[in-house]
Design a binder for this molecule. Structure first.
Ligand SMILES: Nc1ncnc2c1ncn2[C@@H]1O[C@H](COP(=O)(O)OP(=O)(O)OP(=O)(O)O)[C@@H](O)[C@H]1O
Ligand SMILES: [Mg+2]
Length: 235
């Protein structure tokens, strides 16, 4: 397992959000985290990347305990986080945004190679490399957000609702992109509200409820997925 979460507890003051979450993310696979609004999905990703400290439990990345490491050390170890919203540097160009994504890396030649890889993966970014990122459409900006996150060559990429606010056509484009990224060998843990999108790409599905993982199944186990839809996902 590339990531193991064991009995994780997270509070905001008196509010207890995660109350003993345990889950295992399999290397090279896409894991989907579902749950109602406010159930703690974003909190969980933030805790994995180090933006929030847990009050109990442990997080293991490639068999190394990381829950006390600063975010930048987790990044260097290969753990990247695409937060909710695109969070691009809107006044900077497309290329500058990509370079910022590589800030924890030093070798210029290798960075140039990664930029070239991103241009191959997302040709629109090559065309627009000198333009300000806020001049691009929502879907193009989302491509840039993906590419920026990939610039550190993460082993594990945490994605928080990457299709949020996009039109149906772009949602299916995001699905293709996530699958493409997984095929390059990057493991993915994705939070996604769009059930159809989520189930169409995921290998494993987790449902967070009342601060715990209430359900988990392989996405190929259709009877389990149907059951989860009825019990946890409103139909
Ligand atoms: N910084 C914060 N301070 C206090 N409470 C917070 C903070 N961030 C989140 N919360 C609360 O913690 C709970 C979990 O929030 P979180 O954002 O993790 O939910 P979520 O599952 O991502 O929801 P959504 O599907 O709406 O994105 C919610 O009740 C939320 O109001
Ligand atoms: Mg959220």
């Amino acid at each position: 397992m590339i990531l193991s979460i064991r009995d994780l507890y997270v509070n905001y003051g008196k509010l207890e959000v995660l109350k003993g979450v345990s889950l295992e993310v399999e290397e090279g696979k896409i894991s989907l985290l579902l749950g109602a609004n406010g159930s703690g999905k974003s909190t969980m990703l933030k805790t994995i990347s180090g933006l929030i400290s847990p009050v109990g439990g442990s997080i293991w990345f490639e068999d190394r305990r990381i829950d006390k490491l600063p975010t930048v050390d987790r990044l260097r170890a290969g753990l990247a986080h695409m937060p909710e919203g695109k969070r691009l540097f809107t006044e900077m160009s497309v290329k500058e945004n990509l370079l910022i994504g590589a800030y924890s890396r030093k070798d210029k030649k290798e960075i140039d190679k990664s930029i070239e890889t991103m241009y191959e993966l997302f040709p629109i970014l090559r065309e627009r490399q000198k333009e300000r990122s806020d001049k691009m459409s929502g879907g193009e900006q989302q491509m840039l957000a993906f590419a920026r996150a990939l610039m550190i060559k993460p082993k594990l990429l945490l994605m928080d609702e990457p299709a949020q606010g996009l039109s149906p056509v772009l949602v299916s484009q995001v699905a293709d992109t996530v699958t493409k990224i997984a095929k390059t060998g990057t493991t993915i843990l994705i939070v996604e509200h769009n059930l159809r999108l989520g189930l169409s790409i995921a290998d494993t599905v987790f449902v967070l409820e009342n601060g715990k993982i209430a359900f988990q199944a392989k996405s190929t186990d259709l009877s389990q997925i149907e059951y989860a839809k009825k019990i946890y996902l409103g139909g």
